[in-house]
Design a protein around this ligand. Structure first.
Ligand SMILES: [Zn+2]
Length: 76
């Protein structure tokens, strides 16, 4: 299981709210204060290749697409 899809485990338990509550109590991941999972791309939700310089909060792929619109210029 990867970082982002822990919610997928609740699919079967949605019909049983009491069991879902118990499952959430014991199996929900703890809130992170540091590490790569704290930063997430604002447009696609990716964890990898984050660019937080200039307060962008985008991954490298989204930045590549949005860069000309924001005003970045490619020199090479
Ligand atoms: Zn992205």
């Amino acid at each position: 299981m990867t970082v982002g899809d822990w919610r997928k485990t609740f699919k079967q338990l949605k019909v049983r709210p009491a069991k879902l509550k118990k499952y959430m109590k014991h199996n929900a991941p703890k809130k992170r204060t540091c590490g790569r999972t704290t930063k997430r791309c604002e447009s696609c939700g990716r964890f990898d290749g984050m660019i937080s310089k200039y307060g962008l909060g985008l991954c490298r792929i989204c930045f590549r697409e949005m860069a000309p619109k924001i005003g970045f210029k490619k020199y090479s």
